[in-house]
Design a protein around this ligand. Structure first.
Ligand code: ATR
Length: 272
């Protein structure tokens, strides 16, 4: 039986077992996918010994995406660019790592807002943490000019410096300067998570065809998305990114490319 899982700390709230368990059942595969809690003082050893663990692979979540990438012998181009990995597998006995967060973010928009990148212009990204890295990389790859607004300017500047000529860096308090020109607004900050306030964006000044996207998915409708919807914008919630980023790992470990269906979405939504 092929075994995989999701590695993180803490890991109790991960929905990945639900997603992969659903696909294993749908495809009748004799496999398993579990939560793998790894305490911080064991993390180095865990990834160093991964190839001998008996697992065919794993997803990696907070706080181990960087340490997982550092221990891999082979990195796919996205993981190498970001210095962070969320998907591991073994090839010829050695640990390989990839990053499917970029494909997950883009796949979610392709799925929920078809045509969103037909005429790429300016995208406004709030936040400059781990999730923003994947979002900015994906948007630059699709031809957008990206303006990052973050509470800590230095983090935005560090991220922007990786894409010379394509990305600008600003304080979060400057974000409203860009709302009128941005065809796409993406919140990657933790603002909007249950009880964590709202982003201070004047969505009323956005062009009517603009798209507002959140990577937060608890709650599914963040205050930002609710205001954007009320202002007439198209909105895309964060759950789809979680579902789409899981696809490449499942295919690698279990040999079948799974599909993000409304049934799967409903299953995970019911668990939020
Ligand atoms: P993730 O991996 O989920 O992106 P992270 O790397 O901790 O998590 O990044 C969290 C992001 O949310 C950062 O951009 C953070 O801003 P700072 O870089 O200034 O820390 C942003 N963030 C978190 N709490 C915030 C708050 N109360 N107000 C504004 N921004 C906040």
């Amino acid at each position: 039986m092929r075994k995989a899982g999701v590695v993180g700390w803490p890991i109790t709230h991960s929905r990945s077992p639900l997603i992969h368990g659903h696909w294993l059942a749908v495809h009748g595969i004799d496999g398993a996918y579990d939560r793998i809690p790894v305490e911080p003082d064991r993390a180095e050893a865990f990834f160093a010994d991964f190839a001998a663990s008996g697992l065919v692979g794993a997803n990696v979540t907070i706080p181990y995406k960087e340490v997982a990438a550092a221990h891999a012998c082979n990195l796919d181009p996205v993981a190498a660019r970001l210095g962070a990995a969320n998907t591991l597998w073994i090839e010829d006995g050695v640990l390989c790592a990839g990053n499917t967060d970029v494909a997950g973010f883009l796949g979610n928009l392709d799925d929920r807002a078809p045509g969103w990148d037909a005429d790429p212009g300016v995208a406004l990204v709030l936040g400059a943490g781990g999730a923003a890295k994947a979002v900015v990389d994906g948007l630059v790859g699709r031809g957008f000019r990206v303006e990052i607004a973050n509470r800590t300017l230095a983090r935005a500047e560090d991220l922007a410096a990786r894409y010379p000529g394509h990305v600008g860096a600003h304080f979060l308090s400057e974000a409203n300067r860009f709302v009128a020109d941005a065809g796409l607004l993406v919140n990657t900050t933790s603002l909007g998570m249950k009880g964590e306030g709202d982003v201070d964006l004047d969505v009323g000044r956005c062009a009517a065809e603009s798209i507002a996207c959140d990577i937060v998915y608890v709650p599914l409708e963040t205050p930002f998305l609710a205001r954007a919807q009320a202002a007439g914008l198209r909105t895309v919630d964060g759950l789809g990114m979680l579902l789409h980023q899981a696809v490449p790992g499942f295919e690698r470990w279990f040999g079948v490319r799974p599909t993000v269906t409304p049934e799967l979405r409903a299953l995970v939504e019911a668990d939020l």
